[in-house]
Design a protein around this ligand. Sequence first.
Ligand SMILES: NC(=O)c1ccc[n+]([C@@H]2O[C@H](COP(=O)([O-])OP(=O)(O)OC[C@H]3O[C@@H](n4cnc5c(N)ncnc54)[C@H](O)[C@@H]3O)[C@@H](O)[C@H]2O)c1
Length: 348
Amino acid sequence: MSQKIVLIGAGLIGREHAVLLRANPRAELVGIADVSEGAVAVADEFGARFFTDLRDMLDTLRPDGAIIALPNALHVEAALACVERKIPCLVEKPIADTLEAAMHLVAAVEKAGVPVLVGHQRRHSPDIAKARQLVAEGALGRLVAVNAMWMTDKPGAYFEAAWRRQPGGGPLLINLIHDIDCLRFICGDINEVMAFTSSAVRSFEVEDTASVSVRFGSGALGTLLMSDTAVSPFNWDTAAGQALYFPHQPENSYHLAGTKAALSIPGMDIWRHETEDAHWQHPLIRQHVTLDGSRAYENQLNHFVDVIEGKARPLISARDGMLTLATVLAIAKAGRENRTVSVSEMLG
Ligand SMILES: NC(=O)c1ccc[n+]([C@@H]2O[C@H](COP(=O)([O-])OP(=O)(O)OC[C@H]3O[C@@H](n4cnc5c(N)ncnc54)[C@H](O)[C@@H]3O)[C@@H](O)[C@H]2O)c1
């Protein structure tokens, strides 16, 4: 029996969720709620009932699950509407636009015991899952240093949606949040951050570029570079070939280095010496790690169906999504205030 799922928000990623739902025999897209005229055509195309009010849709269709793909600031209100009705939901990242809103949702979710999965789909990608496993089993030795990049050139039309260029949107919350979530998943929690942010090219209220330093709870250090206005193949979406609407341009976007070996992601090469007593004057052996070939978004949807069916707990719970958000908001604060910010300070 397939699970009846509704979509709340049928914009850029919402439409992709509709395509994924149509292709998955375990799920059926039964309704779409959106306030824009254009979404009526999407509902027609996918054979789903159309609603302008999400609560009306939830009460009328009583779905088994909901996917929330609204602008960031509307996630919590929609997720609360699902939780109040005991409907499991997949809420797109970030879980909320502010930490207060995220905390409010986490409290409601944990009180109600309704499963909420946050849409950090990269955790469902085989390279990210394998990297986490390699670090956990000590294949790199003690993790020392990490570098991550997310740089690409978004077109002007992308910013016609006002929420993307206003506080609560912006590439820290829309894009770098995925990298922060991946690094937390692979390397463990981040305790402290420092950052420079810049809006020199686009002149929006939100940043277009950032450089970030982080200290992990394990003691390892990391740096991240982010820009949505720079031509570059150095971003996980195009590098991994796992994203839905970008060309695949094989590259690496993360580099991890430990006392025994280094790992590049998503290319998945491990670099190590042949013997334990070798050092920088000896050549490194490069070993490629073969992955299972599965797809991040498909895996995410199958996982969500497992969650609906009670076969799995959300891989990214509301609380976990809140911790990723707190780390990103610490970066924004560090950039604004030009100082080191701890994640615990953000969480009060
Ligand atoms: N995980 C990913 O790969 C990924 C990719 C892109 C976007 N996202 C996230 O998904 C969310 C949506 O992003 P997008 O780029 O698709 O945005 P978008 O602006 O293209 O789409 C948002 C949709 O929500 C609709 N909407 C606005 N207010 C509404 C309301 N009150 N009720 C119902 N519908 C309403 C809009 O009409 C629009 O169709 C964002 O939170 C973004 O961060 C995630």
